[in-house]
Design a protein around this ligand. Structure first.
Ligand code: ADP
Ligand code: MG
Ligand code: MG
Length: 903
């Protein structure tokens, strides 16, 4: 690309892109849908729509690259940007036949944000720009509609003063509401020309008073201010919070779209609306949307008036007139266009439109956000419609979103008191204590409480509170309101627009049907039906539908990685099998030690003074462990089961408070003083690196001997019934091949002893965790004694980075926000560092023992991005918690497809 350089104020050299303003208009667009990186999603799709012959008001996009220049210049629009903008504005004027700032027939524009990834409502947009005390008169005359002109002007002042001048917009809103009360008006549309003129004057005075600045009258001054404000809105706290939540890099920046206005507020033959080509909540193939007559776009999104359904069918249910009936001609155009858009993008679209005097204009299209349930249904339907292939369906789905489906839903048989019914904006069944501010939601969440955020309507400032809440409830706004769209994006339960309920922020109450609920009272939301219940309603395990099963089957066909589960109890094992686990990758035996009926026997074993005493205590544990393993083997029915021998340091099992020590001493008849000093002697300064894992068995071999015996005896029982079984015995925290050599032979001796006693033969594997860097880099020697490796990526991350997960909380956040770590390394594997240990160890291990089975059993085994990495390394399986098994199956399939694409 041709570039030129300039020297900025700060003296650093800046490279100016040769082209950074892209025009769009029917048959004359410079951009297309493939250019999202520089045009942002909105700009790219506006250009694409013009090429499809869809009516879009002409305009132009300032590229996302300029966002970086804007911040580099200290939050100012560099001078060199202006000429290209002016040139493009001329071109728009030519298309429309009106001039920007012209007194008799002014061109008005909107200035709109638009990033690469859609961030609904998180950034700013200004409408009706170009209006001032002179042009408003011109617009009144040229449109022959003074009411419309002055309504547009007062809207413009409200938005501009808020977005550009940093004025608290609620002051102007209150002024408007006061005037309506005084005049006994119900709706904004009741305001007369004189009212609006009065408001405009009053607004400007208030702006002067509050900001100390005069509202700019010059159209170009307005334009530069608005462009800067949109770039600024990339870095507002709410935008930053949203980006962090959705892993959107700060470096992407936003584009700015400047577009000639079309007007939905010209009277009863005008309207504005938002629609989805399919139902974003259920996925049903039905056009779904909402509109407002005589209104501008911000009215719909902000939920100031509750919009009406677009289609006759949906409106009939609500008992209100539809767009289909009110404006049949425009409705017809809308239907043609939405079908065209869906066919073109081959995905469900979220569209924004305005009707000006019965003529339809499209203002936005994007792939619509949807719930996980809707995503699966749409994917399956589109496969059947031959719109997409099975592979495409898999690549489109977000594995993490499946989490939403795996959580409990309200029990239909539970006793419940219905308080009210709103719109089912985003599904799920949740309960919590009600709070009325996002701040309270965050604070209470931090105290460990479950909260439901109750608002009249939400706005982008509420985002942190929405994240903290279990569910969101609003009394105003429709299915396309901010609350609904954002909740669906987060997979969070939301009931919206529940007008029966009266919310009072001052009193902090919600009133309905004679109930007055205060902050802290518990309600339950059903986001699938829109119902709100008093108190907590019982939940039941989720039922997975046929779309889910079908997608999972496709995923299983495609993936290479096997998916096992981490399960310590029969219940976990059963859940995981139901979710499609192909074995147990990690059974942590210590969890079996903590059981109320056995912990004292474990303690006797720890407190034993001699090998003999220890063996006596272990003998009590043996039958219990044997039964545990038998149950697991039975449930897994021939699938591989990896059992890890005891891992944690012994002090974890002994009591620590004086009271507990006294009680235990009494119970097991042990001297209190001796017990106290024994507990003290077990204390470690750094237990994570202390006497744990295989180190326990180097000093007390009888512990592992007992566990191996329990496994072998349990296996014998199963094998005797004629079933096949290959238990996998796993030894943790190996650092050297010597340790493994020793413990392997201990294991082999014990298994063979049992086999002889029981007179059975079965195959079994002895392997190790790779969770210390030394083990990873000497994996060839270790593989000599191992039948399999399983990466314990949690410990491997801790030891490779030299940071403890339990203490890192204090600084890890800063490391992520300052970009030192791209992601939290305990959530997504650090590919470059820890990942290269995984890769190295796998290669070395397989070189020394071809065909060595290698898996992952850390938390990362359920993280989609980490799974993509493990797939690329060529591991055999990942193992994750039962509820993540479906997520891992889908993620493994995506990884396989993405891997294929690369080759
Ligand atoms: P967001 O990204 O928050 O959705 P938009 O830039 O899409 O913000 O603007 C919000 C709404 O403002 C649009 O849906 C549309 O209704 C209205 N709007 C934006 N530009 C125009 C325009 N040129 N003419 C008429 N309405 C517009
Ligand atoms: Mg929009
Ligand atoms: Mg470990």
């Amino acid at each position: 690309m041709h570039t030129q350089t300039t020297t900025s104020n700060s003296g650093t050299k800046t490279t100016i892109p040769q082209k950074f303003v892209y025009f769009f208009a029917a048959g004359d667009s410079e951009g297309n849908a493939g250019m999202k990186n520089i045009l942002g999603g909105k700009g790219a799709n506006l250009a694409e729509m013009t090429s499809l012959g869809i009516p879009v008001p002409p305009g132009f996009t300032i590229s996302t690259e300029i966002c970086a220049h804007f911040y580099e210049a200290g939050g100012k629009l560099p001078e060199w940007v202006r000429p290209s903008v002016l040139e493009a504005m001329k071109k728009v004027e030519g298309k429309i036949g009106k001039k920007f700032g012209d007194i008799s027939n002014p061109l008005l524009v909107s200035v709109r944000s638009g990033a690469r990834a859609s961030m609904p409502g998180m950034m700013d947009t200004i409408l009706n720009l170009g209006l001032n005390d002179q042009t408003v008169e011109g617009l009144a005359k040229s449109s022959n509609n003074p009411r419309f002109a002055w309504d547009s002007y007062r809207r413009f002042i409200q938005m501009y003063s808020d977005v550009v001048m940093g004025m608290n917009s609620s002051l102007l809103e209150v002024t408007l509401e006061d005037l309506k009360d005084e005049k006994k008006y119900k709706l904004d549309t009741d305001l007369t020309v004189d009212d609006l003129k009065h408001l405009v004057k009053k607004f400007k005075d208030l702006v002067q008073q509050m900001t100390g600045r005069t509202f700019p009258n010059d159209a170009y001054e307005q334009l530069w201010g608005a462009i800067s404000a949109v770039f600024h809105s990339w870095n507002t706290p709410r935008a930053i919070t949203y980006r962090e939540l959705h892993n959107i890099p700060a470096a992407w920046g936003t584009a700015v779209n400047i577009q000639s206005m079309v007007f939905g507020n010209m009277g009863d033959d005008s309207a504005t609306g938002v629609a989805f080509t399919r139902d974003p909540s259920t996925g049903e193939k039905a056009f779904y949307g909402e509109f407002l007559i005589n209104a501008q776009g911000e009215d719909v999104v902000a939920g100031i008036r509750t919009p009406q359904p677009i289609t006759k069918v949906a409106a009939a249910k609500a008992g209100v007139p539809s767009l289909e009936e009110a404006m049949p001609e425009a409705y017809g155009q809308l239907v043609t266009i939405y079908k065209k858009l869906e066919g073109h993008y081959r995905d469900m679209q979220d569209i924004e439109f305005t009707i000006e005097k019965n003529k339809l204009w499209m203002l936005q299209t994007r792939n619509g956000k949807r719930t996980a349930k809707a995503a699966l249904k749409i994917a399956c339907d589109m496969i059947d419609e031959k719109l997409i292939t099975e592979d495409e369906a898999i690549l489109r789905l977000d594995p993490s979103s499946l989490d939403q489906l795996l959580h409990p839903t309200l029990d239909p048989k539970a006793q419940k008191t219905v308080l009210a019914k709103g719109l089912p904006a985003s599904p799920g069944g949740v309960h919590g204590q009600i709070v009325f501010t996002p701040e309270d939601a965050v604070e209470w969440k931090d105290l460990g409480k479950k909260v439901i955020l109750v608002r009249i309507e939400t706005s982008p400032e509420d985002i942190a509170g929405m994240i903290a809440a279990q569910g969101i409830f609003t009394t105003r706004g429709g299915m396309t309101s901010h609350a609904a769209v954002v909740a669906r994006g987060m997979g969070k339960c939301c009931v919206a627009g529940c007008g029966e309920v009266e919310v009072d922020y001052n009193q902090q109450t919600m009133k309905v049907k004679g109930y007055v609920l205060k902050k802290g009272d518990v309600i339950t939301l059903d986001g699938g039906t829109g119902e709100v219940f008093l108190g907590e309603v019982k939940t039941i395990e989720p039922k997975l539908d046929s779309d889910f099963e079908r997608i999972m089957k496709i995923a299983d066909k495609v993936r290479k990685l096997k998916v096992r589960t981490n399960a310590d109890t029969p219940k976990d094992a059963q859940t995981a099998r139901n979710f499609g686990a192909e074995g147990i990758g990690l059974c942590r035996t210590e969890h079996m030690f903590f059981g109320a009926d056995r912990i004292d026997a474990v303690r006797e074993m720890i407190l034993a003074e001699s090998k003999q005493e220890r063996e006596k205590a272990l003998a009590k544990l043996l039958p219990m462990q044997r039964t545990d393993f038998q149950e697991l083997f039975k449930i897994m029915d021939g699938l591989p089961v990896t059992i890890r021998l005891l891992d944690p340091p012994l002090h974890e099992f002994v009591p620590h408070t004086e009271k507990e020590i006294q009680e235990l001493a009494g119970r097991i008849k042990y001297d209190v003083d001796k017990l106290r000093s024994k507990v003290k002697s077990l204390h470690e300064f750094n237990p994570m690196l202390g006497h744990r894992g295989c180190r326990l068995a180097i000093t007390y071999p009888e512990i592992y001997q007992m566990q191996v015996r329990a496994i072998a005896e349990a296996a014998s029982e199963i094998v005797k019934t004629g079933k096949k079984l290959v238990p996998e015995i796993m030894i943790p925290l190996i650092a050297t091949d010597k340790e493994l050599e020793l413990l392997r032979s201990l294991t082999v001796v014990e298994v063979e002893k049992v086999q002889k006693e029981q007179n059975v033969k079965f195959d079994y594997l002895v392997g190790t965790m790779i969770e210390l860097p030394r083990a990873a880099v000497t994996a060839d020697a270790i593989a000599d004694h191992a039948d399999f490796f399983s990466f314990g990526t949690n410990d491997l991350t801790q030891t490779a980075l030299g940071l403890s997960r339990d203490d890192a909380g204090r600084f890890l956040g800063s490391y992520v926000s300052s970009g030192i770590f791209a992601r939290d390394p305990f959530v997504t594997i650090d590919k470059v560092g820890v990942g290269s240990l995984v890769r190295t160890a796998t290669e070395m291990g397989r070189r020394s023992k071809p065909g060595l089975k290698v898996g992952v059993c850390g938390e990362h085994g359920g993280d989609p991005d980490s799974i993509e990495f493990f797939n690329s390394v060529g591991l055999d399986y990942v193992s994750c918690s039962p509820f993540r098994v479906p997520i891992a199956r889908l993620a493994a399939a995506r990884a396989a497809l993405l891997g294929k694409k690369l080759h």
